[in-house]
Design a protein around this ligand. Structure first.
Ligand SMILES: Cc1ncc(COP(=O)(O)O)c(C=O)c1O
Length: 410
């Protein structure tokens, strides 16, 4: 249902820039699951987009110290010098990227970074190429900024990755941006250097196209996968690449709302104009906490990733043991994106035919009290996303319930 339909009866006319945007499927499922929980049903929610770990103690301490030092006022518009320096070090240390302080921006979450970038660069009708499955905010942010999302289906057969051929075919004179996310929410798929190379070669041929890379899950990669970021791989693209990252996922700091990016000075400046009239600056206390996260010990990241990897293996193996489901092994993040084509056309015990991934997820929620998100919410069907950022015991129970639910289909 679009915003238009939802709010019309209240006598409110929404702006056309938001009128075609639907209420997020994820939020709807979450609300239904929460309502069922309140009714006393044993619902397991596998929808969370955040780590189940706590923010590290040294980060909390840094925030507390900042409060007591009186760092409770507005800060510099797009980040304190201390945080920008910590980000500059991070880019150099972990990504081999050299950014000056005025090529770095800090915002209230990576979400605001994306918003600032699109708001600062898109004219109505400008095109943004987004491979699907995508993080749901990408296309909505582009639409709010009056751009046109160009969605390119990238299914499991291409490892949920964009190919050079598809990218080349999608580029037009109106293309402003290509938006890539590795590792990906929702698929967990990541681009190796070899996967990126042909895409970067295409972009080199089209100087009017800019690249936004969302490296939010950089630290959560498994097995021997080596994370790389495009501006490092292809210096010839650095002057039209925005490298986006944040502290939310790596440091379990989703509620602190700090995201950042490195990119060309002119773009960073234009993004600051947007931010100046939206939020004035990111939270002072959260910025101090983020300095501690980026400059402090990093060894716990490995431990946490190992814990996610155990859970990834549990979920992938569990799903692939269920007839009708087919789960690719993700390289990173904390999601599986499993195919469910094998259950389409089957009939539930109450006589309802499963026609889509949305039907399948509704069946799992109503019948087995397991909340997962259909691929349709991420622009690619028939799949469903599980977030495995929850306890192994809960994951095992959920897998048993999903297996039993699939067996009950005829
Ligand atoms: C791929 C991706 N990018 C960005 C974000 C936003 O992160 P932040 O909390 O910094 O706004 C998320 C959050 O779910 C995400 O999954």
């Amino acid at each position: 249902m679009t915003i238009n339909a939802t709010v019309k009866e209240a006598g409110f006319r929404p702006a056309s820039r938001i009128s075609s945007i639907g209420v997020s499927e994820i939020l709807k499922i979450g609300a239904r699951a929460a309502a069922m929980k309140r009714e006393g049903k044993p619902v397991i929610i596998l929808g969370a987009g955040e780590p189940d770990f706590d923010t590290p103690d040294h980060v909390k301490q840094a925030a507390s110290d900042a409060i007591h030092r009186g760092e409770t006022k507005y800060t510099a518009l797009d980040g304190t010098p201390e945080l920008k320096k910590a980000i500059r070090e991070k880019f150099q240390r972990e990504n081999g990227l050299a950014y000056e302080l005025d090529e770095i921006t800090v915002a209230t979450g990576a979400k605001q970074i994306l918003f600032n970038a699109m708001m600062a660069s898109l004219d109505p009708g400008d095109e943004v190429v987004i491979p699907t499955p995508y993080w749901t905010s990408y296309s909505d942010i582009v639409q709010i900024c009056e751009g046109k999302p160009i969605l390119i289906a990238c299914d499991a057969s291409s490892g949920f990755r964009l190919t050079a051929q598809k990218l080349e075919a999608a580029i037009t004179p109106r293309t402003r941006w290509v938006l890539l996310n590795s590792p990906s929410n929702p698929s967990g798929a990541a681009y190796s250097a070899a996967d990126y190379r042909p895409l970067l070669d295409v972009l080199l041929k089209h100087p009017h196209v800019w690249l936004l890379v969302d490296d939010m899950y950089e630290h959560i990669v498994y097995d021997a996968f080596r994370f790389v970021t495009p501006a490092r791989l292809e210096p010839g693209l650095k002057d039209r690449t925005l490298t986006v990252n944040g502290v939310s996922k790596a440091y379990a700091m989703t509620g602190w709302r700090i995201g950042y990016a490195g990119g060309p000075r002119a773009l960073i400046k234009a993004m600051a104009v947007v931010q100046s009239q939206a939020t004035s600056c990111p939270s002072s206390v959260s910025q101090a906490a983020s300095v501690a996260a980026l400059n402090g010990p990093q060894d716990f990241l490995k431990e946490r990733t190992e814990s996610f990897q155990r859970r990834r293996n549990l979920v992938v193996n569990g799903l692939n043991a269920i007839e009708g489901l087919d789960c690719r092994v993700p390289e990173g993040a904390f999601y599986t994106f499993s195919g469910c084509a094998g259950v389409l056309g089957r009939v539930t015990p109450s006589g309802k035919r499963i026609e889509s991934d949305t039907d399948f997820c509704a069946y799992l929620l109503e019948d087995s009290h397991v909340a997962v998100v259909p691929g349709s919410a991420f622009g690619l069907s028939p799949y469903f996303r599980i977030s495995y950022a929850t306890s192994e015991a809960e994951l095992k129970e959920a897998l048993e319930r999903i297996s039993a639910a699939c067996k009950r289909l005829s």
